[in-house]
Design a protein. Structure first.
Length: 286
């Protein structure tokens, strides 16, 4: 038995953690940020997969039965390989060591929950994606949405500076507003029929006020957190054996591959509250 693990390459996954805790406050959570090697967005599929696998294995080793990849890049570039290749290997290793795995560990991503929700939100069947360059180039949202709703037209625009603006604490600056407006205009010029926009990066909720100012009122803007949280609640309900393995003391611990004090200071910007229980760890290659 153990906490629910949440992994991100940096700080954006804290917005996912925050939404999950609001929906499911009774569980214990263990957050791991690979801040020393962030950002992942411009890295290759192979590198993102290797880094993500290392983080997942660490969270498993610390008692997590369920790990959420609270990172769009990791969900896009590593989730499927980990689910299909690594979980069976992990099971085999555990059995060889005499501790049956029995399929009781799971790794979930954050792209599919929003993709599932969009079908009941869009009326024009034209939607936009604002995300990092890596996520846009992966076409992960396009592929996931088209599996579920082949009729939906997806248009994506990369926003290369937005995450950096958030981490610099400049979300309310005129420069941030300029770059937000620039990318939204680019998206709406590419497809004027868009009636829903997915924020495909976990940093972007911190720019929500600026985004909302530049997006016409008739267009829905969808941060991922609430959809991921609701999807997780449903998943736990449908998998009671796994749910029983998740401890419930309403605690949260934080792990980081960078300096713990630096992580604590930056993380508080995302959570908007003081945090404790931060531990520095090392992953292979850090």
């Amino acid at each position: 038995m153990g906490p629910i693990g949440i992994f991100d390459s940096g700080y954006g996954g804290l917005t996912i953690l925050n939404a999950i805790r609001q929906r499911l406050p009774e569980y214990d959570y263990l957050y791991l940020g690979d801040n020393a090697r962030a950002p992942y967005g411009s890295r290759s599929f192979d590198v993102v997969y290797q880094f993500t696998r290392q983080a997942v294995e660490r969270l498993f080793s610390m008692g997590c039965r369920l790990v959420i990849l609270g990172c769009n890049t990791a969900s896009a570039k590593a989730l499927r390989t980990i689910q299909q290749n690594d979980l069976p290997l992990f099971e085999a290793n555990e059995r060889a060591e005499g501790t049956p795995f029995s399929g009781s560990h799971r790794v979930l991503g954050i792209i599919r929950p929003t993709a599932e929700a969009i079908g009941s939100i869009t009326r024009s069947r034209h939607i936009g994606i604002l995300a990092t360059e890596g996520t846009i180039r992966s076409h992960s949202y396009d592929l996931e949405i088209h599996k579920l709703y082949p009729d939906i037209q997806v248009t994506g625009v990369a926003c290369p500076l937005w995450a950096a603006i958030v981490e610099a604490g400049e979300t309310d600056s005129p420069g941030a507003d300029y770059f937000v407006g620039k990318r939204i205009r680019q998206l709406l010029e590419a497809d004027p029929l868009i009636d829903s926009i997915i924020l495909g990066c976990t940093h972007y909720p911190l720019l929500f006020d600026s985004i909302r100012r530049h997006v016409p009122k008739h267009i829905a803007v969808l941060p991922q957190g609430s959809y991921v949280a609701e999807s997780l609640a449903d998943y736990l309900k449908r998998h009671p054996a796994l749910e029983e393995q998740c401890t419930r003391n309403a605690t949260t611990r934080y792990l980081t591959t960078e300096n713990a004090d630096a992580f604590r200071e930056s993380a508080q910007k995302f959570l908007q509250q003081p945090i404790t229980h931060v531990e520095n760890i090392t992953l292979a290659g850090c």
